[in-house]
Design a protein around this ligand. Structure first.
Ligand code: SF4
Ligand code: SF4
Length: 248
């Protein structure tokens, strides 16, 4: 057995069901809305000439992004649709258990393992209580050990890639086209549930095309603004009214 093996046994504490956004595939978003639950949308953007990580990380990020016009140039935009569990997940029961356990989203099945292939699992970065790392099956050595979990992670990555165009098209049809800069901040929208459901229904009926509106980025950090200005990107400098700007 490798020395770096990590054991894990979920104790069902439900901490990971509170105070967070729960990323959803497009199909999971449909189901989430059908349950009458709220969905948030996080928009972020990046650009190859200002990318600071390696080429493999860029390829991974670009695979789940869509190139859109921005000012005199283009950016890669990523839309993360996420169940709103900022207080707590609306499916979390009074008994502290998941009320949709058999249908829960992929990310709930995967947590606390990582979906991003460039981030190694580190218990210290997870919100699980310390005792859950002391027993149970080996979860991780230098890779995910459980083939079922590995398959769920791959399905999640694949859905990110397959849903990217549709999610950006849906944002455009809802008029959401300001993104924060990846790694610098998050632009979080809380769209009307009914409007989002209707937009997805129009998309499913083939009535939402791949229109490309001109996007803007919201960046407050002076040095980064200067960099982005030099490549001709357009900024949103209005006080944000339809999104929450959350600096990282
Ligand atoms: S769907 Fe279930 S497991 Fe996922 S956050 Fe909600 S209550 Fe927790
Ligand atoms: S926080 Fe960790 S231990 Fe608690 S329910 Fe979530 S995955 Fe399980």
């Amino acid at each position: 057995m490798q020395n770096n093996s990590i054991r894990f046994a979920c104790n069902g504490c439900g901490i990971c069901c509170k105070g967070r956004l729960v990323p959803l595939t497009l199909n999971e978003t449909r189901q989430w809305l059908e349950r009458g639950h709220e969905v948030a949308i996080i928009l972020e953007a990046f650009e190859q000439s200002i990318w600071t990580a390696g080429p493999q990380q860029f390829a991974h990020a670009a695979g789940r992004a869509v190139e859109v016009p921005c000012g005199n140039s283009h950016v890669r935009a990523v839309a993360v649709f996420a169940g709103n569990a900022l207080v707590q997940c609306q499916s979390l029961g009074d008994d502290g258990r998941c009320g949709i356990y058999e249908e829960r989203p992929l990310v709930c099945r995967i947590y606390p393992a990582e979906i991003n292939p460039f981030i190694a699992l580190d218990p210290e970065n997870k919100i699980c209580p310390p005792e859950v790392w002391e027993e149970g099956e080996v979860l991780f050595t230098d890779r995910i050990v459980d083939p079922v979990l590995a398959d769920q992670i791959e399905r999640s990555r694949q859905a990110d890639r397959e849903d990217a165009q549709a999610k950006i098209a849906l944002c455009e049809t809802l008029g959401l086209n300001v993104a924060a800069w990846k790694g610098n901040a998050l632009a979080v929208y809380l769209p009307d549930r009914q409007q989002l459901a209707e937009a997805i229904a129009r998309y499913d009926a083939g009535k939402v095309g791949p229109a490309r509106s001109n996007w803007k980025v919201r960046v407050d950090a002076p040095a980064l603004r200067q960099q982005l200005h030099q490549v001709g990107l357009a900024f949103d400098d209005q006080l944000p009214t339809d999104y929450i700007f959350h600096a990282l």
